[in-house]
Ligand binder design. Structure first.
Ligand SMILES: [Zn+2]
Ligand SMILES: [Zn+2]
Length: 311
């Protein structure tokens, strides 16, 4: 079993959120060890990826592609019904509707990392782009260059964006990956200054689609300020103290969509692209460790926008 750490795991780690019971972690892939009596479509020994939430795959919300709103669903590692994924074993509720079987075996470490990225960050970045209605030829702005923001760049490119402007940190390694995945411009300042720079790059109009991949008040304000008239802000960062400007968005016809990504909805398609080598989302990982090693020095910082992920 492989698991990874999400930005939202850090809330427990830092004591910002309480964990009522159970383990932490919701991003994991592994091999089926045991199967419940009601589970179909899976066998012991199957290699599977999981979304960060479990779902039945059959209710109205799942059928409409919103598995994170499943009436029998829930989230892993949040102290609810779902066990934590940072462990040797995890119990997967609604396994038939939740897990996605990976065909083949003997994958490289690089492919394994990319499969792991499909459990949350890549699916979440993709959801931001789909929610923002990114279309071929558009100029897209991505707020945030953590793992989700970078995945949002890759997703925007896949959806045919012509120009991709990242509003990110000052981390050069992130800029390099963003450019590799299709970013054309990177803005390293924040607030009004960032808005001004983006307007300059877009003849004063703003971006055709905006991906909000952070969730802070600052990031949300910037996202709506840089949206061109008629644009949609696709938000996937869990909102923290965010207030929306009802008036300002009204007069510019700016829309908003998004929420917790229905990773399960996107995984079959993204899985195909990982396995045929057309995408390599595992490149967002910058540190590998095991469960027993002494705690490594975390590469992330506490400055909000550069958090490794937004969930
Ligand atoms: Zn996550
Ligand atoms: Zn459902």
């Amino acid at each position: 079993m492989l698991a990874c750490v999400c930005g939202s795991d850090l809330w427990f780690y830092r004591g910002i959120s309480d964990l009522p019971h159970g383990g932490v972690g919701h991003e994991f892939i592994g091999v089926v060890d045991e199967i419940g009596t009601d589970v179909s479509g899976l066998q012991v020994g199957d290699f599977v990826i999981s979304p960060f939430s479990f779902s039945d795959g059959t209710c109205r919300n799942c059928q409409h592609g919103f598995h994170t709103a499943c009436v029998h669903g829930g989230f892993f590692g949040q102290g609810g019904d779902g066990d934590g994924g940072q462990a040797e074993y995890v119990r997967v509720p609604q396994a038939s509707g939740t897990l996605v079987k990976v065909p083949g075996s003997d994958f490289t470490d690089e492919t394994m990392a990319s499969l792991l990225a499909l459990t949350d960050v890549m699916a979440t970045g993709y959801h931001a782009a789909v929610s923002a209605d990114v279309q071929a030829g558009m100029t897209v702005a991505v707020v945030g260059d953590g793992a989700v923001g970078l995945s949002g760049v890759l997703a925007s490119k896949l959806l045919g964006a012509d120009r991709i402007i990242v509003l990110g940190s000052t981390h050069e390694d992130r800029h390099n990956l963003a450019r590799e995945w299709g970013a054309t411009d990177i803005i390293q300042v924040r607030g009004d200054e960032a808005v001004e720079q983006l307007k300059k790059l877009t003849d004063g109009f703003g971006a055709d689609a905006v991906l909000e991949c952070v969730g802070t008040k600052d990031a949300a304000e910037t996202a709506f300020a840089i949206a061109a008239a008629g644009a949609i802000v696709g938000r996937v960062g869990v909102p923290h103290d965010v207030e929306l400007d009802a008036q300002g968005t009204f007069y510019r016809n700016v829309g908003m969509r998004g929420g917790p990504a229905p990773a399960r909805h996107y995984q079959p398609e993204l899985l195909k692209q990982v396995l045929d080598g057309s995408i390599n989302p595992g490149k967002v990982f910058d540190l590998t460790t095991d469960l027993t090693s002494p705690r490594p020095t975390p590469p992330w910082t506490n400055d909000g926008r550069s958090r490794p992920s937004s969930r």
